[in-house]
Design a protein around this ligand. Structure first.
Ligand code: RNT
Ligand code: ZN
Length: 421
């Protein structure tokens, strides 16, 4: 029996089992195909970028030195092509400003322009993919004292405001060219290592900077602005200026997207319950799906209970259009193409598992106060043949169903990655 025949047979049985539970597997797969996940470019090169920056700063860290990381835009695109060929569905790609292609010329961050992303836009267009974007507020001499948009130094603050303005224009150009809005996400590292005496002044500076950056109205069909808070970073343990509360308030009052990064809260705090709560007050949200291990360590996303719960929240029919799913992890200790592939396949798997639930039945039981049925069904669902539906979905999308994707990554490693000195 060929593998595809085995997968077909297993799928037929799975379809029946799910139907008995009141779940239509065909509908679930159709819904899944319409949910894009935005792959972050920075897993491909440990958040290095193409400016020749020596060191990753901003209180984030990629540990490990696995050989073969991408050094140029062409290499990064080739690596992403490989990963995308192993992930079912059509997705998006998320760039940082420091990945501008400047033809070897030094271009200041406040002078980056759409032309520096023409190569990326052409590439995305050829793949029918949308792009997302981020201004880069780290790994730069003007960010070395740990303050950017919240700086008291007017020259520095103005420089970073101009960078933000330039990046929104790039986002809009990408969105316009690709016919799908680019989410341009602002994250800054600003904060204090030790107890501040004044927590207010830098936040006022940040608010002023954001208002200046967002002053120009941009068509929401082209660009959407998001703001990402966090609890702490390396070197900003005592106070992060752009905290969650700061940005939630900012996003609500300015009608912006709030970005929830799964690694940016207290270690036991999940973003699961923040999604629906925030959506009552902000128009849309951006997720940075990540996996913190003891701290904001940006581990590759795996199929954890937390990931599954996130997927359940975002895959609800009225949510999918309002939640932009982005990934944010960077592991330099394993093959980077594999890291992208593992993390994104897990995200898609979690979405499929979420879509394979008898939502109506669960909601009815809950509304009737029958929490016994709710719990019983939730647990039975965990052992239904979800893997058979996943494999069928992969076959239909023309990607490897199981671990054989790794053979392709290994072959790519042997022929392409190992040739990079
Ligand atoms: C940092 C934030 C931010 C970055 C990327 C590179 O803690 O999560 O999103 O990881 O922009
Ligand atoms: Zn993030």
């Amino acid at each position: 029996m060929s593998d595809t025949t085995k997968i077909d047979k297993a799928y037929e049985l799975a379809r029946e089992r799910y139907a008995e539970m009141g779940v239509d597997t065909e509908k679930a797969m159709a819904a899944l195909a319409s949910i894009p996940v935005s792959l972050h470019c920075w897993q491909g090169d440990d958040v290095g970028g193409f400016e020749g920056a020596g060191e990753l700063t901003g209180g984030i860290q990629a540990t490990g030195n696995y050989p073969g990381k991408a050094r140029t835009a062409d290499e990064l695109r080739a690596d992403a092509d490989k990963a995308l060929s192993l992930i079912p569905g059509t997705h998006r790609f998320n760039l940082h400003a420091m990945y501008a292609e400047t033809g070897g010329k030094k271009v200041e961050r406040d002078e980056v322009a759409p032309e520096h992303f023409a190569g990326w836009i052409d590439w995305a267009k050829s793949k029918g993919m949308g792009l997302d974007f981020n201004p880069s507020y780290f790994s730069h001499p003007l960010a070395d004292d740990g303050f950017t948009l919240s700086s008291r130094d007017e020259a520095k603050r103005a420089y970073w405001v101009r960078h933000g303005i330039a990046c929104r224009k790039i986002g809009a150009a990408m969105g316009k060219a690709l016919g799908t809005p680019t989410v341009t996400n602002v994250w800054i590292p600003d904060g204090f290592k030790d107890t501040p005496a004044d927590r207010e002044t830098p936040r006022r500076q940040l608010m002023k900077s954001l208002d200046e950056m967002f002053a120009e109205e941009i068509d929401a069909a082209h660009n959407l602005d998001a703001v990402e808070g966090k609890l702490f970073g390396i070197g900003s343990e005592s106070c992060v200026i752009g905290s969650h509360e700061f940005y939630l308030g900012y996003a609500i009052s300015r009608n912006k997207l709030v970005c929830l990064d799964a690694g940016h809260y207290h270690p036991t705090e999940s973003i699961v319950d923040k999604i629906g709560a925030a959506l009552m007050f902000v128009p849309e949200i951006l997720l940075h799906v990540s996996r913190g291990v003891r701290w904001d360590s940006d581990h590759v996303v795996t199929l954890t209970d937390d990931l599954r719960a996130i997927a359940e929240e975002v895959s609800l029919p009225d949510r999918v259009k309002r939640v932009h799913i982005g990934l944010d992890f960077f592991d330099a200790s394993i093959n980077r193409v594999a890291a992208w592939t593992i993390g994104t396949r897990c995200m898609v798997k979690a979405l499929l598992a979420a879509l394979l639930r008898p939502l109506e039945t669960l909601h009815e039981a809950e509304a009737a106060g029958d929490f016994t049925t709710r719990l019983a069904l939730q647990e039975e669902l965990k052992t239904l043949p979800f893997g058979a539906v996943w494999e069928a979905y992969c076959v239909r999308k023309g990607v490897p169903a199981g671990a054989e994707w790794l053979d392709e990554v290994r072959a790519y490693e042997a022929t392409v990655l190992s040739a990079r000195a």
